[in-house]
Design a protein around this ligand. Structure first.
Ligand code: SAM
Length: 240
């Protein structure tokens, strides 16, 4: 069965629009992946459909109530069960979560399904996170207005790793961050643009030399731009 990702959010249309476009949209239409977006507000129990309230202890902003988030996730879990799928991994998008990396994307890509829960306003009542979360993920050391962009980053980076989603099988293994390196520079036609020439080796047709040049550029780039990543490389990769 193809991987299924569900996003629980106050802005399902925003998420839907992104997931239905381009590579992910095509993959879903071919049945290679399955994506769903759910409106948390549909699960409120009050007539005003209010999903947030003032924070206990005071402070600015509003906090999302636990109940509609919990009930929304329960409804999604029931759908997974109806499909005969295992329980999906539940991930809360939070600025205080585990930093997101390609390694985490690979771990999540090995799951049958994911529920990505998006907060808004000042965040979510901590108790629903304690109750449901398998993990909390932050996509970076900055604060977004809501979890939707973060959930879409996770969904995109995980779904592109599913078989058949990318045109080139295993194409993602040659890209930045797969093996701890940044990718070498890429060029396409024309051979010269605004006086800038494509490196001659790439036009040589000599695959051994091209591979060696790319490996060298990849290593140099990583060393210059991301010394933190370079330091973590195994010694045999640093020797290229
Ligand atoms: N008060 C929270 C704090 O200081 O950690 C920030 C709340 S933020 C304005 C609203 C929502 O955006 C969060 O509940 C979370 O879902 C999402 N969010 C914000 N920054 C994020 C990040 N770096 N990674 C993942 N989600 C983020």
């Amino acid at each position: 069965m193809s991987m299924r990702i569900d996003i629980a959010t106050l802005f399902p249309d925003m998420c839907r629009q992104v997931l239905d476009e381009s590579i992910l949209g095509r993959a879903a239409r071919k049945g290679l992946i399955e994506t769903h977006c759910h409106q948390i507000r549909d699960y409120t129990l009050n007539r005003q459909k209010q999903v947030d309230d003032y924070p206990y202890g005071g402070g600015c902003g509003m906090v999302m109530n636990a109940q509609p988030i919990y009930d929304c996730c329960q409804a999604i879990l029931a759908q997974f069960e109806e499909q005969g799928r295992p329980r999906p991994h539940i991930v809360f998008m939070t600025a205080a979560g585990q930093p997101y990396t390609e390694q985490v994307a690979r771990e999540l890509a090995a799951q049958d399904g994911l529920i990505l829960v998006c907060g808004h306003y000042e965040g979510m009542d901590e108790r629903v996170i304690e109750e449901l979360a398998d993990r909390e993920i932050s996509i970076g050391d900055y604060v977004l207005t809501g979890g939707e962009l973060a959930a879409l980053v996770v969904a995109d980076s995980v779904l592109r790793l599913q078989p058949g989603v990318l045109a080139e099988p295993q194409g993602y293994q040659e890209e930045s961050h797969w093996n701890g390196l940044l990718e070498y520079p890429q060029y396409t036609r024309p051979e010269e643009w605004r006086g800038r020439k494509v490196p001659g080796v790439l036009l040589s047709g000599h695959h051994g030399n091209i591979d060696a040049w790319r490996a060298k550029m990849s290593l140099e780039r990583t060393k210059q731009r991301r010394p933190d990543l370079y330091e973590k490389l195994p010694d045999e990769l640093k020797k290229v």
